[in-house]
Design a protein around this ligand. Structure first.
Ligand code: PLP
Length: 387
C-alpha cells in the first residue's frame, strides 16, 4: 500500500480521551475529559422538545440559520462591545473545534508558523500539523502560568510567524489573561503583522475578581482577530457541537469558504433550540458563574484538606494539581493510570499539555454535580493508603 497521510502518522490518539476510556474500564470518577454531568438549562431543553416535532431538520444556510446568527450577534455585541452584522461577521460552526480548524485553514499556508502558549489544549498541535504549520511554543511558567514578554516577542519576530492561537481563559492552566497582558500581545500582533485566532470557549466561566477581556475589542485588533468560541460550555451542551467564528468581513469570508466544504452547516435543530440561551439575560451568566464558583470551591477546598497543592484557577473548569507529594518518583502518566485503577479517580497527566519537560502536574476538572465531586474527594482522601 502507498504511504498514508504523514500528518496522521505523526499523531497519537488523544491522551484526554484515552483517560476517559480508562475511567470507564475501572469505574473511576472521570475528572479527566471536561464535560458536565448535569443537564443543560431547562428552558433550552424545553425548546429542544418543541423543535423535535416542529423542525427544522434539514440543512440550514451554510453560514448558520439567520435566527441563530441574529441571536448570536445580539449576545456578542453586548458582551464584546463590538457592533456585529449577522450577514457579515458571524459563521455558525460545528463547535469551536471546527471554528479553529477553519480559521487556521483560512489564514495559513504550509510552512507558516503559529505561536502557541505551552501548556496548551491538545487539539492545537494536531490542527497545526494537519495544516503543515509549525508551532512556536512560548512557555506559560507554572505555578503562576505567566509568560516572559521577550520570549513572546521573539516568537512574533520570526518572519514566518503568521498567527497566534490564544486560548483565554486558558485550558489547562486556568489562567485568565489580564487586560495588560492582552494589550502586550495585541501590540506585538500589530507591530509584527500577526493574526490572532482566539479560543474563548470559557469566556463565561471566570472566577472573581478576574474579568474576561476580548482581545478583539482592543484598539486596532478587530482588523486582525478571528474569534472562535463555543456554546458547549456556556450552555452545558458539549454534545450539541455548536460554535461560531466572529470576525471582520474580509477574514470571515475566507473562513466561510473552508466551512462550506468541511461541514456544510452546524446541526439545524440544535441551532434553533439554543436561541433562548443566546438571548438569555445577564442573570443567566451570573448564575453560571456562581454555580462554577461553587463547584470550584468544593473541589479546591477538598483537595487542600487532603494535602494537595495547586494553582487556584482564575477561569475555566480545569486546574493543574501538583502530584509530586504522592507520585513517589513515578511519571505523571504512571501516576494518573494508578490513580484511575487504584483510587478510582481519572485525571490527565500534565505532560500531555506541555512542550517543556514538566512531569509533576495532573489536570483535574470540576464541572460535576456536588455528589460527584464529593465522591471523587472521598476516594482521593485514601490516596496515601492506595498508591
Ligand atoms: C480550550 C478548549 N477549546 C475548545 C474545546 C472544544 O470546544 P467545542 O466543544 O466547541 O468543539 C475545548 C473542549 O474541551 C476546550 O477545552
Amino acid at each position: 500500500m502507498k504511504e498514508l497521510s504523514r500528518h496522521t502518522g505523526k499523531l497519537t490518539d488523544s491522551v484526554i480521551r484515552r483517560m476517559t476510556r480508562l475511567a470507564i474500564e475501572y469505574d473511576a470518577v472521570n475528572l479527566s475529559q471536561g464535560f458536565p454531568d448535569f443537564d443543560p438549562p431547562e428552558f433550552i431543553m424545553d425548546r429542544l422538545a418543541e423543535i423535535a416535532t416542529k423542525g427544522p431538520h434539514q440543512y440550514t444556510p451554510t453560514w448558520g440559520s439567520l435566527a441563530y446568527r441574529e441571536a448570536l450577534c445580539k449576545k456578542l455585541t453586548h458582551w464584546m462591545g463590538i457592533p456585529l452584522n449577522p450577514n457579515e461577521n458571524i459563521l455558525a460552526t460545528v463547535g469551536s473545534t471546527e471554528a479553529m480548524m477553519a480559521a487556521l485553514m483560512a489564514v495559513t499556508n504550509p510552512g507558516d508558523k503559529l505561536v502557541l502558549f505551552s501548556p496548551y489544549f491538545e487539539n492545537y498541535a494536531a490542527q497545526a500539523e494537519f495544516n503543515s504549520v509549525e508551532p512556536i511554543f512560548v512557555p506559560l511558567n507554572p505555578p503562576a502560568f505567566t509568560f516572559d514578554g521577550a520570549a513572546l516577542e521573539d516568537a512574533f519576530k520570526d518572519p514566518k510567524t503568521k498567527a497566534m492561537l490564544l486560548c483565554n481563559p486558558s485550558n489547562p492552566s486556568g489562567r485568565v489573561f489580564t487586560k495588560e497582558e492582552l494589550q502586550f500581545i495585541a501590540d506585538l500582533a500589530i507591530k509584527y503583522d500577526v493574526i490572532i485566532l482566539t479560543d474563548e470557549v470559557y469566556e463565561h466561566i471566570i472566577f472573581e475578581p478576574n474579568r474576561h477581556t476580548y482581545i478583539a475589542a482592543l484598539p486596532g485588533m478587530w482588523e486582525r482577530t478571528i474569534c472562535c468560541s463555543s456554546l458547549s460550555k456556556t450552555y452545558s451542551i458539549t454534545g450539541w457541537r455548536l460554535g461560531y467564528i466572529a470576525a471582520n468581513k474580509e477574514l470571515l469570508d475566507q473562513c466561510k469558504k473552508v466551512h462550506d466544504f468541511l461541514t456544510v452547516c452546524a446541526p439545524s435543530p440544535l441551532q434553533e433550540a439554543v436561541i433562548p440561551g443566546l438571548l438569555a439575560p445577564d442573570s443567566y451568566y451570573k448564575e453560571l458563574q456562581d454555580h462554577y464558583t461553587h463547584m470550584k470551591d468544593i473541589f479546591t477546598n477538598g483537595l487542600k484538606d487532603i494535602g494537595f497543592t495547586f494553582t487556584e484557577p482564575q477561569g475555566t473548569y480545569f486546574m493543574m494539581v501538583d502530584i509530586s507529594a504522592f507520585s513517589k518518583g513515578k511519571s505523571d502518566l504512571e501516576f494518573c493510570e494508578e490513580l484511575c485503577k487504584k483510587v478510582g479517580v481519572a485525571a490527565v497527566p500534565g505532560s500531555s499539555f506541555f512542550k517543556e519537560d514538566v512531569n509533576h502536574l495532573a489536570r483535574f476538572h470540576f464541572s460535576k454535580k456536588d455528589e460527584t465531586l464529593y465522591e471523587a474527594l472521598n476516594r482521593l482522601a485514601d490516596i496515601r493508603k492506595k498508591l
